[in-house]
Write a protein that binds this ligand. Sequence first.
Ligand SMILES: *[C@@H]1O[C@H](CO)[C@@H](O)[C@H](O)[C@H]1NC(C)=O
Ligand SMILES: *[C@@H]1O[C@H](CO)[C@@H](O)[C@H](O)[C@H]1NC(C)=O
Length: 434
Amino acid sequence: MHAHSLALIILLLSTFSVNSNATKGFSIDLVHRDSPLSPFYNSSMTHSERVQNAALRSISRANRFGQSSSMADTSELVETDIIPNDANYLMKISVGTPPVERWAVADTGSDLIWFQCSPCPRCYPQNAQLFDPTRSSTYTSLSCRSNQCKSLPQVPVQGQSYPYCSTSNECTYFYSYDDRSYTIGELGTESLSFGQAALFPKRVFGCGHNNNLAFYQNTAGFVGLGQGPLSLVSQMGNVGRKFSYCLPPISQQQTTSTKLRFGEEATISGNEVVSTPLIPRPDSPTYYYLNLEGITVGQQTVPLTSQGNGNIFIDSGTTLTMLPTSFYEQVEALVRQAIGADQLIVQKSYSKLCYTNAKSIQNVPAFVVHFTGANLSLNLQNIFRFISDDVMCLAMLPTDGKFIYGNVAHIDFEVEYDLDQKKVSFAPVDCTKQ
Ligand SMILES: *[C@@H]1O[C@H](CO)[C@@H](O)[C@H](O)[C@H]1NC(C)=O
Ligand SMILES: *[C@@H]1O[C@H](CO)[C@@H](O)[C@H](O)[C@H]1NC(C)=O
């Protein structure tokens, strides 16, 4: 027996033993982009600059940019399943053999797992070295005739239809996000691992050779946590297609690490757990669509009339909750009425309703979000964001684009996404104690 094949067998054995450890589930750290632990952290940025930037990213995620970018004809792109891109949380993932560990955006609003790969004629700047597939013994490119290649979104860009066959029949993909970010590269399979906790051999992985990110300079790439077949959760195998997180208040995220939990570890329990069905939308296989039936402010309920087919998607990566304009206006009017007119209302850019001298506000109304089968009572910190010590703004905005249940509303809830049982569950908890 050649030493080479012996090494291969040992590698396979160790692969399987580590993999079976992972069958019950595992957890990894989830880091907010503005936390000092994040590679994005900019210590000279003020709190209100961070808040404003997050609002800007939410708007970019909800709205489709109508202008065509230099790279792609976005009027064609919007007809495909476009995946927006305001992920605010980062995770570490190791790719290849030997494993290369990098920070990537953890994104419930997209599917593909990809890194910037060398050679990279058009990469955005990143601090860490590029991933080099030729140095990984486990990287294999996928044929353009593979099912994995066929499950990519079909996108025409500048006369070229993606995905397409390269001269050597490899799968060349184009994957885009709403804010004009995109990656173009080769689809392959690779080993993905998360510390010692879990190893997933031969998972679909994009090697991006031409990448443009609007907001995420520095990260090595993306980890898609959407519902589509190429996402990390869909490729979890025995671990099961389930994950959960618990986001502490932003002010606590510098001192509390948050976990992203997979498989059995993701299960939330207790008598306060409520669940709402995931609504399949064939026109949008990635997003986690839910039915929002209405919102109660104080004693009054504003019903949302457009129901039934999944009218809002839940996204850990979008900061603000984006609501249909007329619905938003009714909800905002009730909040404004409950708080009373004696507080100065200020209008900040990217926020419609703000209060100064915010800590003295007493009359914050009860606020209940009614999803089908799940009523969620939101706290002050879910409804408003403090943009400075003194000023708080409603963490919701009107939009004519996509309706999104953003991450400020998830704070201090355990949120579990169960793709097999087709439901999203919530339980109110103190996430700093998780
Ligand atoms: C950090 O934030 C400051 C203040 O907004 C800004 O001027 C500077 O360009 C930022 N630095 C980086 C590296 O983004
Ligand atoms: C949610 O709240 C509404 C209005 O208060 C109530 O009619 C409904 O039964 C509640 N649903 C659940 C599942 O608790």
